[in-house]
Design a protein around this ligand. Structure first.
Ligand code: 5AD
Length: 355
């Protein structure tokens, strides 16, 4: 394999990305990590931004074959936070030096448009935080109302750009719903004035190297402001977890759902999208609880999202098993020291750089 570092620039072709995804030589990969870290240093600097994650509801109308809070799962206690609980979580985020809160939930229509608008207003009126939303594929009227209420950003992962795979793992709610709905929604969100974030799961059954290379190229085409990628983690009580959904084995073309592959995707995303905010994700920290967060931040990422959901609900937001949600300020600070980086308590909105 003639993986040439000179090919590593933001106009990198899908074929070159694929070669790097297939790279197993650890010396070569060291070069990839170094290039990603250098790019992060050049375009973003040394600062790390914390976004406090508030999981406000684990109800969901979707039947995603990978996700542990899908509608069909019956043995899960469902919850929805009230206003007081949400505002306490917001206060925790401020204590943890977060410049942003992320309001996340399953796609839950029990969360009324007006309630979310009211919460956004309350946060914006009483704090200087940026507000990011991650509430699924809601109707345009909801998304517009929330923008008007003051929300700054919206996260919606497209999960995989392979239409065939997406269709089976993310069944539509309505006949005729396009598998491309999430991509269209991301464009609509941008039009509305949101900064947009997206990403994929790495190593989904049936996900090929070529399709992950396309995903990474798509990050750039979409001109994403924020990127989040994590390993796929098998979740029992899901169609993929129990094996009731059978996906054709791709053999040598199947992408691994492991730590190394996740670092490759993070590093390549950084090189392809040099000025994006890239998260070292919870799923990554879940499969390497000791060093996952730090290594993500040293191989291209510049954002971390500590969980600030009230303790008593954290186990119920079980999108996959053993999800890490116990990060403390001491842990985060000791990582910063190890890396020689520092927390920036500001919004950390993307500053577009000429590249
Ligand atoms: N493994 C890893 N990530 C998952 N997500 C959902 N289920 C899983 C899983 N089993 C991710 C999806 C979703 C985000 C909120 O969590 O990418 O968009």
């Amino acid at each position: 394999m003639d993986n040439n570092l000179a090919e590593l620039n933001c106009n990198i072709l899908p074929a070159t990305i694929e070669k790097w995804l297939r790279e197993t030589d650890l010396d070569k990969l060291q070069q990839l990590w170094r290039e990603a870290d250098r790019t992060r240093e050049k375009y973003i600097g040394r600062d790390i931004y914390l976004r406090g994650l508030i999981e406000i509801s684990n109800h969901c109308v979707r039947r995603c074959a990978y996700c542990g809070i899908n509608w069909e799962r019956s043995n899960l206690e469902r919850y929805r936070l009230n206003e007081g609980e949400i505002m306490e979580a917001v206060a925790r985020a401020i204590d943890m030096e977060c410049g942003t809160v992320v309001i996340q939930a399953g796609e839950d229509y029990g969360l009324a448009r007006e309630f979310i608008s009211y919460i956004i207003h309350r946060i914006k009126d009483s704090t200087s935080l940026a507000v990011a939303l991650s509430l699924g594929e809601r109707p345009m009227e909801d998304l517009l109302a929330w923008k008007q209420a003051g929300a700054d950003r919206y996260f919606l992962r497209f999960e995989t750009s392979d239409d065939g795979l997406y269709k089976v793992i993310h069944p539509s709610l309505k006949v005729g719903e396009s598998p491309r709905q999430r991509l269209q929604l991301l464009c609509d969100l941008r039009e509305m004035g949101y900064a947009i974030g997206s990403g994929i799961m790495v190593g989904l059954p049936g996900q090929s190297y070529a399709s992950v290379a396309q995903d990474i190229a798509l990050f750039r085409t979409l001109d994403l402001d924020m990127i989040g990628v994590g390993p796929y983690i098998r979740s029992m009580d899901t169609a993929l977890g129990t094996g009731s959904l059978v996906i054709k084995d791709l053999g040598a073309n199947q992408v691994d759902a492991d730590e190394l592959m996740t670092y490759k995707v993070i590093a390549l995303a950084r090189i392809v999208c040099p000025d994006a905010n890239i998260t070292s994700t919870t799923a990554l920290a879940t499969i390497n609880r000791v060093a996952g967060r730090r290594l993500g931040l040293q191989r291209g990422a510049n954002v971390f999202m500590p969980n600030v959901t009230p303790m008593e609900y954290r186990d119920s937001y079980e999108i996959y098993p053993r999800k890490k949600s116990d990060d403390t300020m001491d842990d985060i600070r000791s990582d910063m020291e190890l890396m020689g980086r520092r927390i920036n308590g500001g919004h950390g909105s993307r500053k577009k750089r000429s590249i």
